[in-house]
Design a protein around this ligand. Structure first.
Ligand SMILES: Cc1cc2nc3c(=O)[nH]c(=O)nc-3n(C[C@H](O)[C@H](O)[C@H](O)COP(=O)(O)OP(=O)(O)OC[C@H]3O[C@@H](n4cnc5c(N)ncnc54)[C@H](O)[C@@H]3O)c2cc1C
Length: 305
């Protein structure tokens, strides 16, 4: 099936306005890096997500899901097949007492702010994590002592078998940047959160404090995908990178941040190849210096061959 026919099929499933062909992905990522997706689609309903995925499987077209692109490095050649972007149209939220239903495309910041207005505490930790609920659920995002698993009661998923199921928290197997859903190739459609009553002013003050601590420590003024590597047992990535003499080290437009050596930043015009090469240099030097092999936290898209 040629690309034009594939585009028409997708349009017939979810509407012409929700399908972009050969869409450059850089602007959809916080790194501001990356080539085009064959198809970038923005479903509006669970049924649309299910029908796009079913079609991809049937037509043998690869697919992947994107939230706010704050933890991905897209290759310069881009990615083949379909990217389902949930951040655009899949962002409904509702409150009932202390229980919050959120669709996967809600941003963490929106959820935290809405919870604050509703006098609910517990999601403040995620306010400065610049991704979606889907991204947070799939990798158990966390910061400043809080993790997604602490507030989630259940996660609604489209499984790799094509079923929509509500996975209770006890079955999600969340641990550091890991979930059962990720391992099983499920798509997160939404989540049920349970928060606790709090005073709006105090919740806001906590979010302001965390935002200030972030901006003091992290290079938020430069494009990045956050911490480039997972935290190894018993040590800090930033310290290992600094001790390996790599503060400010550059490959092309990619740079180890001067402000926080655990971040690789796009210092201007970086290509995905620059970032990949810099990541490899950091891994080699830290291994040689400290005997620790750093594992990327950032997901690499489109580098398969
Ligand atoms: C400045 C900065 C600071 C950051 N600070 C933190 C932090 O403190 N703590 C932290 O944990 N992370 C942090 N991050 C990383 C990132 O924001 C989180 O990992 C976030 O959870 C990614 O969410 P996303 O929606 O952007 O996912 P994306 O980057 O779009 O996707 C990341 C991965 O999740 C998958 N995915 C996304 N949505 C879904 C879904 N609905 N169903 C299935 N799979 C999905 C994607 O396929 C991909 O594999 C930071 C990033 C930046 C740029």
């Amino acid at each position: 099936m040629d690309k034009e026919t594939q585009a028409k099929m997708l349009e017939s499933l979810i509407g012409r306005e929700s399908v972009r062909v050969d869409e450059p992905l850089a602007a959809y990522t916080t790194f501001l890096i990356g080539g085009p997706a064959d198809f970038l689609v923005s479903p509006r309903t669970e049924e649309q997500v299910c029908s796009v995925v079913a079609w991809c499987r049937e037509a043998d077209v690869p697919f992947r899901v994107m939230g706010l692109g704050s933890d991905v490095l897209v290759s310069d050649r881009g990615v083949r097949g379909v990217v389902l972007r949930l951040a655009e149209n899949f962002a409904a939220m509702s409150f009932e007492g202390e229980v919050v239903q959120v669709q996967a495309g809600c941003s963490n910041e929106e959820v935290a702010r809405a919870a604050c207005l509703a006098g609910l505490s517990g999601y403040e930790f995620a306010c400065g994590i610049p991704g979606t609920v889907g991204g947070a659920a799939i990798m158990n995002a966390g910061a400043y002592g809080g993790e997604f698993k602490d507030v989630a009661e259940a996660v609604r998923c489209l499984t790799s078998a094509g079923e929509v199921v509500d996975v209770p928290a006890a079955e999600a197997a969340w641990s550091y940047r890991h979930s059962m859903m990720d391992e099983a190739g499920s798509i997160v459609l939404g989540a049920t959160l349970r928060l606790v009553p709090g005073e709006c002013g105090a919740i806001q003050a906590r979010m302001d404090d965390l935002a200030q601590r972030r901006s003091e420590k992290q290079p938020l003024e430069m494009p990045s995908a956050g911490s480039t590597f997972k935290r190894p047992e018993g040590c800090f990535v930033g310290q290992l990178v600094q001790e390996a003499g790599l503060r400010g080290y550059r490959v092309g437009g990619a740079q180890v941040s001067e402000k926080h050596t655990g971040f690789v930043v796009n210092a201007g015009g970086a290509t995905a190849d620059d970032v990949r090469r810099l990541v490899a240099v950091v891994q080699e030097r830290v291994l040689a210096h400290a005997g620790v092999l750093l594992e990327p936290e950032v997901r690499m898209w489109g580098f398969e061959d």
